[in-house]
Design a protein around this ligand. Structure first.
Ligand code: GDP
Length: 514
């Protein structure tokens, strides 16, 4: 990989079942990611390729297969583009993990099932993208099946998401009458071929299109705003591609759209102003921490999004949470067939840094320890539970486990000032199940969860004196988080408002940035 190649760092957002996994696989195949190439040849071989891959993971004791997928493409002029596709966990539940992954991308593909339109999870993830004005390319999937009318779908995206839509292609029929996809820019129709009715590369320039579809597509082409790259990059307009991930329609067009339109690595907000990719100093931030698959070891992989500079293996970087430099000797670069140890990485790339719990989500890393990225908050949990230990001799293990899992971002933990009952907080219900099963499996701690007498939590900030004063009267509602920061445990949102009014010198914050 050359240092001069451009980067496109993106994620796919969708509701479960819309086709994210299928599309991801096709993007990797089309994009030429070598580690999946076996799948093109034969299914049996594919399985073998897969399991070889897993063996490597087991040897290294990590599970990172689908966290970051990288492929490279070189165009006719010899310019190369490296695509970094970050996986967003596909839970029904919104989790902080998902949110944080979206802080590490520069753009997103929104996959919609043509029969279903915008579904709840699509919408939630879209809102997260909107918070940061992440540009979105829309892919209307499964047009090889009977779906909803194309105009209806476009209007739904426009209305529900308050976005301008610009169709870039149009299905020639759907379901049983599916005859291909008309690409507006080239005027060519991608045709289904063979018994499987897949797209195998045949595009017709002057294709005969049944009149019904010809009229429709013409209406679609002229009836919507023209594509405007600035509006797209500002997050105000989404180009819409129709296709079928399963049958390989529209996949090449998507890759080409990302190459042509999606923004290169963006500057990142920091305390000292924006940090641009052009800065010489190497900097980045941790957006995800993944624990070891092997319960015997407590190694973790911290995922760092590169913001500036050229990283070289062995480089010393200082994490903001630690204060002293660490030498990054064995970083993992998620590139090409065997995920070679990284020699260099550029802004927009993701590096996996093995560590023993020193690196935390939200940490900034830089060569001179002078950069603090912002906009990577912890969220006040919406669900709080008291942890009940079945075996009281396991208190120490429980504390260790809760600290570890909160470092990883699975849960947040609060240690109340009074009483020994620890409280965990999560943003989505699913995280509670993950907590209980991981406590049992990885820490051999049998624990249950009970309702907590609190409804929400707020980080307290203010002068030490003001906090002391508050503590004198509110000890029953005070806790410390994993970092030892004060947290107000509130019975209700009203409680928060009441305390805020009575304590104007303090702020009660629903987010905390490390
Ligand atoms: P995910 O949950 O979003 O990752 O969805 P998957 O990729 O696992 O797809 C869900 C189901 O839809 C699977 O049975 C896929 O085979 C099917 N599917 C995905 N894409 C298409 C498509 O373009 N056409 C058809 N007919 N089925 C598809």
């Amino acid at each position: 990989m050359t240092g001069s190649s451009e980067r496109r760092t993106f994620a796919i957002i969708s509701h479960p079942d819309a086709g994210k996994t299928t599309l991801t696989e096709k993007l990797l195949l089309t994009g030429g990611a070598i580690h999946l190439a076996g799948e093109v040849k034969a299914r049996g071989q594919a399985r073998r390729a897969r399991s070889d891959w897993m063996k490597i993971e087991q040897q290294r004791g990590i599970s990172v297969t689908s966290s970051v997928m990288t492929f490279e493409r070189t165009d006719a002029d010899g310019n190369s583009i490296v695509f970094n596709l970050l996986d967003t966990p596909g839970h029904e539940d919104f989790s902080e993990d998902t949110y944080r992954t979206l802080t590490a991308v520069d753009s997103a593909i929104m996959v919609i099932d043509a029969a279903k339109g915008i579904e709840p999870q699509t919408r939630k993830l879209f809102e997260v993208c909107r918070l940061r004005s992440v540009p979105i390319i829309t892919f209307v999937n499964k047009v090889d099946r009977e779906g909803r009318d194309g105009f209806e779908l476009l209007d739904e995206v426009a209305d529900m998401l308050a976005l301008d839509v610009c169709p870039m292609s149009w299905p020639v029929g759907m379901g049983g009458r599916f005859e291909g996809i008309l690409d507006f820019a080239s005027g060519k129709v991608a045709r289904p071929e063979g018994p499987s009715k897949e797209f195998l590369g045949k595009r017709e320039a002057d294709a005969e299109i049944p009149e019904e579809w010809a009229e429709q597509s013409e209406l679609a082409r002229i009836g919507y705003p023209e594509f405007d790259i600035d509006a797209y990059r500002a997050g105000d307009l989404t180009p819409v591609y129709f296709g079928s991930a399963l049958k390989n329609f529209g996949v090449t067009e998507l890759i080409e759209a990302i190459a042509a339109f999606a923004p290169p690595p963006r500057p990142q907000p920091a305390e000292q102003g924006e940090i641009t990719p052009a800065l010489d100093e190497v900097s980045g931030f941790i957006f995800k921490v993944q624990a070891n698959m092997d319960p015997q070891h407590r190694d973790r992989i911290a995922f760092m999004r590169m913001v500036s500079g050229t990283f070289r293996r062995g480089m010393k970087l200082t994490p903001s949470g630690l204060g002293k430099p660490i030498a990054v000797h064995s970083p993992i670069l998620f590139f090409a067939q065997d995920r070679e140890l990284a020699d260099t990485a550029e802004p927009g790339d993701i590096i996996g840094i093995p560590n023993h719990g020193t690196l935390r989500v939200g940490d900034s890393l830089s060569e001179k320890n002078d950069i603090r990225f912002t906009g990577l908050p912890n969220f006040a949990p919406e669900i709080l539970r008291r942890v009940v230990l079945r075996d009281p001799t396991k208190t120490k293990q429980l504390r260790k486990a809760l600290d570890d899992l909160s470092e990883e971002g699975v849960i947040q933990v609060f240690y109340p000032e009074l009483g020994g009952q620890w409280i965990v907080g999560v943003v989505g219900q699913l995280q509670l199940e993950v907590l209980v099963s991981r406590l049992a499996a990885e820490y051999k701690v049998e624990a249950g969860l009970e309702p907590a007498p609190f409804d929400t939590a707020r980080w307290i900030r203010g002068e030490a004196g003001a906090i002391d004063e508050f503590e004198r009267f509110n000890r029953a509602n005070l806790a410390k988080d994993r970092d030892g920061d004060w947290v107000f445990m509130a019975r209700s949102a009203w409680d928060v408002g009441y305390q805020q009014e009575r304590n104007p010198d303090l702020s009660f914050s629903a987010t905390k940035e490390r």
